[in-house]
Design a protein around this ligand. Sequence first.
Ligand code: ATP
Length: 268
Amino acid sequence: MSSNNTAPVLELKDVKVYHRARTGTLFRPNIVKAVDGVDFSVHRGETVGIVGESGCGKSTLASVLVGLQEPTAGRMLFHGKEVKARKAAVRKQFGRDVSVVFQDPSTALNSRMTIQDILVDPLQIHGIGNERTRIAKVRELLSLVGLPQSAAEVIPSQVSGGQRQRVAIARALALGPSVIVADEPTSALDVSVRAQVLNLLSDLKRELNLGMVFISHDIQTVRYVSDRICVMYFGRIVEEGPAAQVFDHPTNEYTKKLLGAAPSLLHV
Ligand SMILES: Nc1ncnc2c1ncn2[C@@H]1O[C@H](COP(=O)(O)OP(=O)(O)OP(=O)(O)O)[C@@H](O)[C@H]1O
C-alpha cells in the first residue's frame, strides 16, 4: 500500500522532456514533447504503474526517473532534495538508491560475464565489501530472486529468459535500493513465465519495502501489480489514482479506451 504520510523517495514536478524531431528545419524545428508537464511521486512500499500506448513517453519518463535523462524543464526531487547532475554526492547516493530493470535481459546483461561477476560488479563499482562478503551477497541475491546457487557459475545465455530477468532483478537489488524502476520487465518474456516474474517483483516490493515504478503498455499487467496507476497519453498523465478506482471507475475517455482494448497478454 502507499505510505503517503512519508516523504516520497522520488518526486517529479512539472517535468518536461522535449526533443528536436528529425523532420523540420534549422529555423523551424519540429519539437517532440515526449514528456509534457508531469507531476509524479513514488514512496517506499508502493507500486506505481505507468501505462499508455507506444510513443506516449513512458520510457522517457523512466529514463528521467533513473537519472539517465535530464529534463528540459521541471524538477526532480530525491528524498526531498533536488537532483543536480553535477552534485557528485547526491548522484552517488541516487545511484545506489534508484535502480532499473529493462525490458530485455538478453541485451541488459553482459553476455561474456558469469552471473556471479554480473552481480559483484555494482558492489565493486561502489566499493562495497571485500571479496568474501561480495560472494556472500551474490548467494543472498540469488536466493532472493529464486535462482539456484549454481547459476552463479554460468553466463546469461546458459539460463532461460525468465531466469535472465531474475538475474537482472538481482543486479538491481545489489546495492539495496529504495526504488526500482521496471520498464516493460515482462514484455520480452514467454507468456508462461510472465506471471512468475510479476509475482517475484510484488513479493520483493513487500519483503524489502521497495518503491516500484512499473511501466507497461498493457493495462491488465499494470493492474495486476500496482497499488496506484498513472495513465499516460501524449506525454501527459491524464488519469491517476488507486488501481481499483482507475480500473473499475475510469473517468478519462482515453483510460476507458485502453480498458476496452486488446485482452491481456498476461494470461494469469
Ligand atoms: N531522442 C529522441 N529524439 C526525438 N524524439 C524522441 C527521442 N526519444 C523519444 N522520442 C519521441 O518521444 C516520444 C515518446 O517516446 P518514448 O520512447 O518515451 O515512448 P514510450 O511510451 O516508451 O514508447 P515505446 O513503448 O514504444 O518505447 C515518441 O514520439 C518518440 O518518438
